[in-house]
Write a protein that binds this ligand. Structure first.
Ligand code: ATP
Length: 211
C-alpha cells in the first residue's frame, strides 16, 4: 500500500519537519533538545511499535502476513519472531512495511493536526526517506556522526555486539544518500555544540514560517 496524502488540502501554517539519520546518529538526543525549546516531536518508531499492537486492522493484517506466532496470548508483539522472519526475507519485510508505514503516516497526520497551534513540529524517524514519508514534509533535518562513533554509542546504549549494530546499519540507506535530502544537517561528532546547532535551525524554522 502506498502512502498518499489526503489531508492538508488547505495549506497548514504549521511546518512539518522531519528528523532522520542512521542508527545511533543521535536523532533522539537532538529531538530532546528541540523539545526543551517547546517544539512537539512525533517519535515515529515508538508510535509504530504502539500501532502494531493497538490498531486492530494493523494487527489483523500482520497476523495474516506472518502467522499467529507474531503475537503472544496477551497480544504483545513477539519481536524476536518477527525479526527472525523478516530479516532475511526482503519481500516479507516490504509487505510488513506496507502495512505499518501507511498506518503510522495517518497517525502522524492526526498528531500534526492536533499540534497545529505551533509554528513547526518535528517527526523523528529512522526510515523517514526509505518509507517515502519525507515527500510530505516541509523540511528535513539529517543528523550525522562518524560510523565508528555511532557503533560505539549503540553498543553501549543497547548492550549489543558490534556485529549486531553493523547488521542493522546494513539495512539502512547510507548516510551519504540521506544527506542528499537534507535541508539542514546536524553534526553530532562531538566537535560542535549540539545545542548551538539546534538553536540555529530553530531560529531559521521560525524565520521561514511564513514561506
Ligand atoms: P536509533 O537510530 O538507534 O534510534 P538515535 O539516532 O536516536 O538512535 P540516540 O539514541 O539519540 O540516537 O543516541 C545513541 C546513543 O548515543 C544514546 O545512548 C545517546 O545518549 C548517545 N549520544 C548521542 N549523542 C551523543 C553525544 N553528542 N555525546 C554523547 N553521547 C551521545
Amino acid at each position: 500500500m502506498k502512502i498518499t496524502k489526503t489531508k492538508r488540502t488547505i495549506e497548514s501554517v504549521t511546518k512539518q519537519v522531519g528528523v532522520t539519520g542512521g542508527i545511533g546518529s543521535g536523532k533522539t538526543t537532538v529531538c530532546k533538545i528541540f523539545e526543551s525549546l517547546g517544539v512537539p516531536v512525533y517519535y515515529a518508531d515508538d508510535r509504530a511499535k504502539a500501532i502494531m499492537v493497538e490498531n486492530k486492522e494493523v494487527v489483523e493484517k500482520i497476523t495474516q502476513l506472518l502467522g499467529p506466532k507474531t503475537y503472544d496470548p496477551l497480544l504483545q508483539l513477539n519481536r524476536a519472531f518477527i525479526a527472525r522472519v523478516v530479516f532475511n526475507d526482503p519481500e516479507k519485510l516490504q509487505a510488513l512495511n506496507s502495512i505499518v508505514h501507511p498506518a503510522v503516516f495517518e497517525d502522524s497526520e492526526n498528531w500534526f493536526d492536533s499540534n497545529s497551534n505551533h509554528i513547526y513540529c518535528l517527526k523523528e524517524a529512522a526510515l523517514l526517506i526509505e518509507s517515502g514519508s519525507h515527500k510530505f514534509l516541509d523540511k528535513i533535518i539529517v543528523v550525522t556522526a562518524p560510523i565508528e562513533l555511532r557503533i560505539g554509542r549503540v553498543c553501549q546504549r543497547d548492550q549489543v555486539a558490534r556485529d549486531a549494530v553493523l547488521a542493522r546499519m546494513d539495512k539502512q540507506m547510507p548516510e551519504s544518500e540521506k544527506l542528499k535530502y537534507a535541508d539542514f544537517v546536524i553534526k553530532n561528532d562531538g566537535t560542535q555544540s549540539l545545542i548551538n546547532q539546534v538553536w540555529e535551525i530553530h531560529q531559521k524554522l521560525i524565520d521561514c514560517s511564513s514561506d
